[in-house]
Design a binder for this molecule. Structure first.
Ligand SMILES: *Cc1c(COP(=O)(O)O)cnc(C)c1O
Length: 374
């Protein structure tokens, strides 16, 4: 029996099923996106599972995340795509981490590090096709010109050219085609400089699930690997997409007590009981990643019965209304994110109830909540 007051349970079988489904449906290779501690699911265990399940690549935002994977003994190709020019590129090169290059400054910084080490950097050029975030825009041709020179003097190895969608979670939106057209033009320009990357990649989960003309050679699979929908209203729920959510969260009930009608609950007294009832105190709060502004559309599942949240979430705890007839007791499990089939609240329900997206719910669950793998 677990003695933790709360735990995150990660179903590695769900991750396995989600990856295999995408590989099977698309016929493409998958890069498992494991940034942000694998969206809160645990960097190394998820990366290991993803590779076992058929992913060929791993992707992180930070260089530190990529280095942690190497320290864990993982030898699969890894790309880190958010590396300021001040990063330790020598460490990246020493550990065979592929780097994303969005500008001439980045290219120069990486090449400078490599000259000292006598290592040829493996790079992926990032092109901005309309998101106006990462990637080269007006300087793309200058970047390709410099890349072609470095390639012919064998100072870089050009592995990839890539871009990122801003609105792939709105599959019918015309901007997706605008970005795709831009991408194809930029690839042609690169070819004009003699650059033919080994792999071209553009699709995140949403495009992987909906936009096969954007698949190219590799799918960068994030949220769908964790069994969540990129956007429930535009693309349907996990269930509708055939995905299995991998994360459950449960916590021991700290306290159950009766309160009379008219009791104000929590800081600010933002909720008042409308009847005599029982409340249960759940020992998780915003320090654990439970959003403070969640309303009563979220809550917990206790013994197959839903108990909605009441009042404001505190730093370490929140209160749910279990009803006057509840038999819930201190020490019982309360499922914060549960199995949808059992009637539990989902990451999507928590997202709706707090004005955010499922990505933010799972990613922000704090490290002080232990992860358990099944
Ligand atoms: C996070 C990220 C992804 C994965 O996005 P999902 O919507 O979670 O699939 C893919 N590519 C890049 C560059 C990312 O930063």
């Amino acid at each position: 029996m677990s003695s933790h007051r709360a735990e995150v349970i990660i179903d590695l079988g769900a991750i396995d099923s989600n990856i295999k489904k995408v590989i099977q449906d698309s016929g493409k290779r998958v890069l498992a996106v494991v940034k942000a501690d694998a969206y809160g699911h645990g960097l190394v265990p998820v990366a290991q599972q993803a590779l076992k399940s058929g992913a060929s690549w791993l992707g992180t935002a930070l260089l530190e995340e990529a280095l942690t994977l190497r320290q864990a003994g993982i030898s699969a190709p890894i790309i880190a795509w958010l590396t300021p020019v001040t990063d330790d590129f020598a460490a990246a090169l020493a550990h065979e981490i592929d780097l994303s290059i969005p500008s001439l400054e980045h290219l120069n910084a990486v090449v400078q590090s490599s000259e000292k080490l006598k290592k040829v950097p493996r790079v992926h050029f990032e092109v901005d096709t309309g998101m106006s975030r990462g990637g080269a825009l007006s300087d793309w041709r200058a970047l390709m010109h410099a890349a072609a020179d470095l390639k012919s003097s064998k100072k870089i190895r050009i592995i990839g050219v890539w871009s990122h969608f801003a609105r792939a979670d709105e599959p019918g939106h015309s901007f997706n085609q605008v970005q795709l057209n831009n991408f194809e033009e930029r690839i042609s320009e690169a070819e004009g400089f003699g650059i033919r990357p080994e792999i071209i990649h553009m699709s995140n989960s949403a495009a992987s699930l909906s936009h096969s003309s954007a698949h190219f050679d590799l799918l960068r699979l994030g949220i769908a690997m964790y069994g969540l929908s990129p956007d429930v209203s535009q693309m349907g729920s996990s269930v509708a997409l055939g995905l299995k959510p991998a994360m459950q969260i449960r916590s021991r009930i700290h306290l159950v007590k009766e309160v009379p009608a008219g009791s104000q609950v929590g800081y600010g007294g933002t909720a008042i009981t409308s009847r005599d009832t029982k409340l249960a105190v759940i020992p998780m709060g915003y320090a654990d990643g439970i959003p403070r502004n969640t309303d009563s559309r979220a809550g917990v599942l206790i013994g197959n019965k839903r108990a909605p949240l009441i009042g404001r979430v505190s730093m370490d705890q929140f209160v749910v209304d279990v009803g006057i007839d509840s038999t819930a007791q201190a020490g019982d499990w309360a499922y914060i994110i549960g199995n949808e089939n059992d009637g539990g609240y989902t990451a999507d329900a928590w997202a709706d109830a707090s004005g955010t997206i499922n990505y933010e719910i799972v990613t922000r669950i704090a490290r002080r909540v232990p992860r358990k793998y099944i």
